[in-house]
Design a protein around this ligand. Structure first.
Ligand code: E4P
Length: 220
């Protein structure tokens, strides 16, 4: 499963890219607003930091404006993936962009039928929002599971499931169990994936015991 960082924080992306742990980045208008910086500058910088797809979202709600904005976004860098809302106009733009060879990420997906339409529109990625379904008392991972089943029923659909709005390590492991192709999460969640209290305490004990041997692997 590919791991994407869901952030527009350049310092965090630099750190994660250096670690080799991320395969791409997703942004959204909220994350861009939080950065306090010009959208096109931020996205261009991010696209230079990672080799994989960098999702940048259009702001228009009508087909013509979406297409004009998408044209600007896709020309920023070869790894830009144009993010479009799951609306009829968004799907129409997705179909058009996909037919032109532009990568697309259809976002704000909350139902299997929406996911089915995005795949028919040729989306590169569909982004089901797990955490936001949990927020209203549903189980967002059920949606991931249902989309996996439906996409697997139709092998001609080659849209990748990008589990989004993941807030906890449990969300991430659930997405992997279900077979999501990719998962996007805030940097803090990526950091949590690597940590376990038994790793921390075990390492402390090893370091203490090693110090007592008085040895050094490196020449002194
Ligand atoms: C995905 O592309 C979105 O940017 C993101 O995952 C939304 O997460 P949130 O529901 O925690 O805001």
């Amino acid at each position: 499963m590919k791991i994407f960082a869901d952030t527009a924080d350049i310092a965090a992306i630099e750190r994660l890219a250096r670690s080799g742990l991320i395969d791409g980045v997703t942004t959204n208008p909220t994350l861009i607003a939080r950065s306090g910086r010009p959208f096109l500058d931020v996205v261009t910088e991010i696209a230079a930091l990672v080799e994989g797809p960098v999702s940048a979202e259009v702001s228009g709600t009508e087909f013509d404006q979406m297409m004009r904005e998408a044209d600007i976004l896709r020309n920023l860098a070869p790894n830009i993936c144009v993010k479009l809302p799951l609306t009829v106009d968004g799907l129409r733009a997705c179909k058009q962009l996909s037919s032109e060879g532009t990568r697309t990420n259809v976002t704000l997906c909350f139902s299997v039928n929406q996911a089915l339409l995005a795949a028919k529109a040729g989306a590169t990625f569909i982004s089901p929002f797990v955490g936001r379904l949990d927020d209203i008392g549903l189980d967002g991972t059920d949606l991931l599971q249902d989309i996996r089943v439906i996409y697997d029923n139709y092998p001609e659909l080659d849209t990748h499931i990008l589990a989004a709005s993941l807030r906890t390590p449990n969300h991430v492991s659930a997405a992997a169990r279900i077979g999501a192709d990719a998962a996007t999460m805030p940097p803090e969640v990526i950091d949590k994936l690597a940590s376990h209290p038994l790793t921390t305490s075990g390492l402390q004990m090893f370091l203490k015991d090693w110090a007592e041997t008085g040895q050094s692997i490196l020449p002194r």
